[in-house]
Design a binder for this molecule. Structure first.
Ligand code: BGC
Length: 805
């Protein structure tokens, strides 16, 4: 039986951020603490059972701004409602907000200050738009390249993820918006996410998946969101081991735990550590009331959950008008700021620029100059920018910049544009589809389900692409029983299938989840793909340089089924390189992709999903107004056959509902190291328009870890930023499982040509310890270890030894 305490926890340092007093894990000076305790306890006492129950599940907001969640508060006691909104790339509402680059791009900056600024922008926008709680950051580890939400999270490495999440939370909460770290835990894939059982060994859990969550807690995160999946056999939202033992008992968390949307499976979840069911109450509503009445769940457990939520509200100034004897008059709640506006755009642009990873740059093809001559810009994302991935992280952008416009502003020579692959599509003509889809689409009412069945006749063999626009629905299009596309809360869902000449059975299943929906469907035939490609090739051969923009449609809810670019874009790139050897590829993709054309192109710039300012950032990088400095936060494999889960269904996507994390602690680059597998691009990798040299590596044990110093010199001819990385080898004193090497520290420096500096990188004790699964405790790493310094997990030219105390 867990110990439910109304207020508890160990005292840690108080952080003052932007006027809000935040305390990691809830600890504060005893005076502040007892003031909070007194108010919270008095309020809990004054609340009726129904009022308390209204705290532990979500409700419908009578004044909704379209946010994901709502808790009504208690008006008579002056407790305001809470509005909860997504998400990781900016505020997800119908109102406009700063569309930030995808968090994976933020992590690629390896820049703590930018992570804090990123959080600050979202925090300010969220408060300005009437929100109180942010459903972000996501900090699950990138375990497999297929993961549908890899773009929404940070990295395959726990140290980098931990630093990012901590800084971002400080930024968000410093603006007065509560942060919710998600999805606790082991939500590393989208496929079968609602039911999947992630079997994770204890050491891998402690050393890889959990550290970023603990870092979030230490940074003061108000709330945790438990995941959809099961963890070692038990749903995350009723997982006593995770929620009660680890999070509360061991880590001392005093905030509240909310469920992911419809991730609650029982009323007993409350006793296991869940405090709030979202988005509505199925289990923590009437059934909970009954359980309390019949004594099967003690009232004290409900009180503890309510107190946790109230305590966080207190910390954020939201209880200033609350009192047990009735709402106070003449008091003011924290003022809401104006939108982040221009400041937001500036940060979005900086992150897009500094998070971009230059993967290849032969013969100094980039940056573009007058010598680059006429340009053929190919690919729809140049004109219709890819801003973010799909799902709950989508943002209605305040500002949008298109790469093509920004390139035209900077290009000294002629610029022609061809879509190369136009996926706008046309309505499927009546001759081809019998019965035809309604000419103007169809309208579906709230909660309606509909299946549209028809026969499609095609004359040409080839790849057919389909788009279903059903913004409020879950849609599934199958042809001859094969899934072509699945859409969920998406603007438009796209998918493609190879078809042979003849007739095919088409089935479109739709389920409206929110309001009335207007659904339409279109297609792109192989004939139009060929015509678009021919046009692009013609333009490429007429120009001196070709720039191809390639994309993917990464989205929450679905993993990728393979790692190549969708819609045969590999063929488009290949065709362009045949017409023009001077080809540059710009990637607007969310995670690792394979690049069968890599040897044929001169340069590759990975922009990820770069947010609303991405167009400007892309052009500034292409023209050398900004110098690329992003580093990969995940390994890019050479092919599908060279990943840790290749041809092992039990490791991914899972077998019989179970996915086994058989790689143990060797996630990401650690697996490549262990197996000697060569990646396409390693973790930590990224080029610059200048070059850097390292020397004089030294490692000195200190009382708190290890102090590493090295000299870095800019050996090129441009100012640029570099990220020296320190990796540690196995600890000679420890006999458990250990990675061949693991990232233990990094820093970022900006140097002018020929400038040199000595960087000092502190390696924290936490990076030296090991989880001992026998004693179920951390063992301090005290042996001798190799210390490497370099530019990526696979390029570590300097090494020394350190003997730890
Ligand atoms: C997602 C969460 C999100 C929530 C609310 C869920 O489907 O997994 O990340 O915060 O919806 O929109």
């Amino acid at each position: 039986m867990r110990t439910k305490r109304v207020l508890a926890g160990a005292a840690t340092a108080v952080a003052v951020l932007g006027g809000y007093v935040l305390w990691p894990g809830g600890a504060a000076s005893s005076e502040t603490r007892s003031r909070a305790d007194r108010q919270v306890n008095a309020l809990v006492k004054a609340m009726t059972l129904d009022e308390k129950i209204s705290f532990v599940h979500g409700s419908t907001d009578p004044e909704s701004r379209g946010q994901a969640g709502f808790m009504p508060g208690v008006e008579r006691l002056g407790i305001p409602p809470l509005r909860l909104t997504d998400g990781p790339a900016g505020i997800h509402l119908a109102q406009k907000a700063t569309a930030m680059p995808a968090p994976v791009a933020l992590a690629s900056t390896f820049d703590d200050r930018l992570a804090r600024d990123f959080g600050k922008v979202i925090g300010r926008d969220g408060r300005a738009l009437g929100q109180d709680v942010l459903l972000s950051p996501m900090t699950n580890i990138i375990r497999v390249p297929y993961g549908g939400r890899n773009f929404e999270t940070f990295a395959e490495d726990p140290l980098l993820s931990s630093r990012m999440v901590a800084q971002e939370i400080a930024g968000i909460q410093g603006e007065g918006l509560m942060a919710t770290v998600k999805h606790f835990a082991a939500n590393n894939q989208e496929r079968d996410r609602q039911t999947l059982d992630a079997r994770v060994g204890e050491q891998a859990m402690r050393e890889v998946e959990l550290p970023p969550f603990e870092a979030a807690l230490k940074a003061g995160a108000s709330s945790f969101m438990c995941a959809y999946n099961k963890v070692n056999g038990v749903y995350a939202c009723e997982n006593e081991e995770l929620l009660d033992n680890v999070l509360r008992e061991q880590w001392g968390f005093e905030g509240w735990v909310m469920s992911d949307w419809r991730a609650t499976h029982s009323t007993k979840s409350l006793s296991a550590g869940l405090d709030q069911e979202m988005p509505l109450g199925e289990y923590l509503d009437a059934p909970l009331k009954q359980a309390i009445k019949d004594g099967s769940i003690p009232q004290s457990e409900l009180d503890a959950s309510v107190a946790r939520i109230l305590t966080q509200m207190h910390h954020f100034g939201l209880l200033r008008c609350a009192s047990p004897v009735g709402a106070r008059d003449g008091c003011v709640l924290p003022k809401r700021p104006a939108l982040a506006g221009t400041m937001g755009d500036q940060v979005a642009q900086q992150v897009a620029e500094q998070g971009a990873v230059l993967l290849k740059n032969e013969q100094h093809t980039l940056p573009l100059t007058a010598r680059s001559g006429s340009l053929a810009v190919i690919g729809q994302p140049a004109q219709r920018p890819v801003i973010g991935g799909g799902g709950s992280s989508e943002v209605t952008p305040r500002t949008v910049t298109a790469p093509l416009d920004e390139i035209r502003k900077r290009a000294p020579g002629e610029v022609t544009y061809r879509p190369g692959l136009d996926l706008t599509g046309t309505r499927i003509d009546e001759g081809a589809l019998q019965p035809a889809f309604p000419a103007n689409g169809m309208d579906l009412g709230y909660n309606e389900e509909k299946t549209f069945t028809s026969t499609l006749t095609v004359r040409t063999a080839g790849l057919y692409s389909f788009t279903v626009s059903a913004p409020q629905s879950i849609s599934l299009l199958t042809i001859d029983g094969t899934d072509v596309l699945r859409g969920s809360r998406n603007k438009a869902a796209r998918g493609a299938l190879q078809l042979k000449p003849g007739t095919h059975e088409v089935k479109l299943q739709l389920r409206v989840i929110r309001s009335t929906d207007h659904v339409s469907m279109s297609w792109v035939t192989p004939e139009s793909v060929a015509a678009d490609r021919a046009e692009a090739v013609k333009a490429a051969s007429a120009a001196r340089t070709a720039v191809v923009f390639a994309f993917d449609d990464g989205t929450e809810g679905f993993d990728r089924t393979d790692l190549s670019l969708p819609f045969e874009q590999d063929k488009l790139i290949e065709a362009v390189t045949r017409a023009n050897p001077n080809t540059i590829v710009v990637l607007n993709t969310g995670s690792a992709v394979t690049m069968p054309w890599l040897n044929r192109v001169k340069a590759v710039l990975n922009m990820y999903y770069p947010g609303g300012m991405g167009g400007r950032a892309t052009a500034r990088l292409l023209y050398g107004q900004a110098n690329p400095s992003g580093r990969l936060t995940q390994t890019f494999p050479t092919s599908e056959e060279h990943t840790s889960v290749a041809s092992d269904a039990s490791a991914y996507p899972g077998r019989d509902g179970v996915v086994t994390y058989s790689e143990g602690v060797n996630v990401g680059y650690r697996w490549y190291d262990k197996t000697g597998t060569r990646p396409l691009f390693p973790f930590g990798y990224g080029l610059s328009y200048t070059s850097f040299a390292y020397s004089h590596l030294k490692a000195q044990p200190t009382r708190h870890g290890l102090c590493v110093t090295l000299n870095v010199r800019n050996t090129g001819s441009r100012t640029g930023s570099d990220t020296p990385q320190i990796y540690l080898g196995p600890d000679s004193s420890w006999h458990g499982e250990q990675p061949t090497k693991a990232l233990a520290g990094y820093t970022k420096v900006t140097l002018k040509p020929d400038e040199r500096t000595t960087v000092r990188i502190h390696i924290d004790q936490d990076s030296l310890r090991h989880w001992n699964a026998d004693t179920r405790q951390w063992d301090a790493g005290r042996g001798a270890r190799t210390v490497w310094a370099g530019t990526s997990a696979m390029h570590l030219p300097l090494q020394t030894r350190a003997h730890l105390r």
